[in-house]
Design a protein. Sequence first.
Length: 395
Amino acid sequence: MIIDFLVKKFVTDYENVEKVSVRTSYGVLASVTGIFCNVFLFLLKGSIGFFLQSISVMADAFNNLSDAGSSVIGLIGVKMASKPADKEHPFGHGRLEYIAALAVAFLVLQIGFTFFKEAIQKIRNPEELNFQMVSVVILLLSIGVKLWLGMLNRRLGKRIDSKVMLATATDAMGDVIVTSATIVSLVIFQVTGVNVDGFVGLGVSLVVMWAGIGIARDTLEPLIGEPVAPEEYERITRFVESYDGIVGSHDLIVHNYGPGRSMGSIHAEVPNDVGIEISHEIIDRIERDAIKRLGIFLVIHMDPVETKDAKVLEIRHKVEQILEAVDPAVSIHDFRMVSGEEQSNLIFDMVVPFDYDEEKEKELKQTLYKLLKLTDGNYQCVITVERSYVSHAKE
C-alpha cells in the first residue's frame, strides 16, 4: 500500500518505534503529507467556493487551510520535541509535541468560530448558489483524500502510540463529514431550489469546533497527568516479574515526558530470606534493562515478602479469596502476619480503584474485617488503603 511505501521510503529503521529519532521521522512524514494534501484541497475548494459564492464550501476550504497550518505547527512541534535533554530540561523536550497540538486545537476552534458567525449572517441574508456538477466531483475527490489522510494518521499514530496523530486522524474523519454535508447542501439546492447553505455552513462550523475541543482534550490529558494504560501496566509488570528473584510487583506509576519518553516507579516483591545484596543486584539489572528494552527510566522499590511460611501464605490466600468475592476490583500486597497469644495481626495494603470515596473504602474494610473474624476470631486487621493509578483496570 501507499502508506507502507512512504514509511519504508522516508523512515529509516521504521520498525524501531521506541527510538526517539524514529518517532520523529514518523511525525515529520505525517506532517509533511498533511501539509501537501491540505494546501492542495484548500486551493481546489477555495476556488470552487468563490465561484459558487457558497459559505459552506468556503468554510470547508478554510478548514483545510487550518489543517495545513495544524500540520505546520505539528511539524515544528515534532522537531522541537526531538531535541535531546539538557541542563535546564533533564527529561528532554518531548512535551513540546503536546503543546504544539494544543496550539493546533485553538487554531481549529478559531476557524470554526469565524465560520459560525459567517453562517449566521448567511442564514439571515442568503445568497444565490451556482451549482456545477464538476464542483461536486471535486468535493468527492477531497473526501477520498481526507479518508486516506485519516487512515495514514491513524495507522502511524497507533504504530508509535501518538495521541497527537490519532487526534489528527479523528479531525480528518470529521472533515469527511463536513465535506459530505457541503455536497448535500449543493444537491438539495439543485433538486429543490431551497438554499440550505447557511444552515449546512452552521453545522460545518460546529463540527470544526467540536474537533478542536476533542484535540484540546486529548492533548491536555497527558500534560495534566494520566493513569497508566492497562496495556502499558501489563507490559511493565510482566517485564519486571519475568526476572528470577522477583515474586510480584505493585504500585506502578508512570510519568509521561512526551511520546516515547517516560519515567516510572514500581514496587518489586522479593523473598525475605534472600540476601539483600543479591536482591539489590537483581533490581539494578532490571532498571538497566528497562531503559534498553522498554525505553523507560524505571525506579524500583524493593519489598521483602514471605514465600515459605505455609500458614502466612494460606491466610493471605484466604484474604484474597474473600476480597475476590466481595469486590474483584480490589487487590492486596505487602501482606504480613504478626502472631501473639491472644490475637494475630494481619497487616497489608489494600489497593482500590481511584474513584472510591472514603465511605466506600470504610465499608469495604468493615466487610473484610467481619468475614475474617468469622474465619478466626483472633484475627485483627491493620489495613492501609491505596489508590490504583491504572485506567479501567484493576491492579
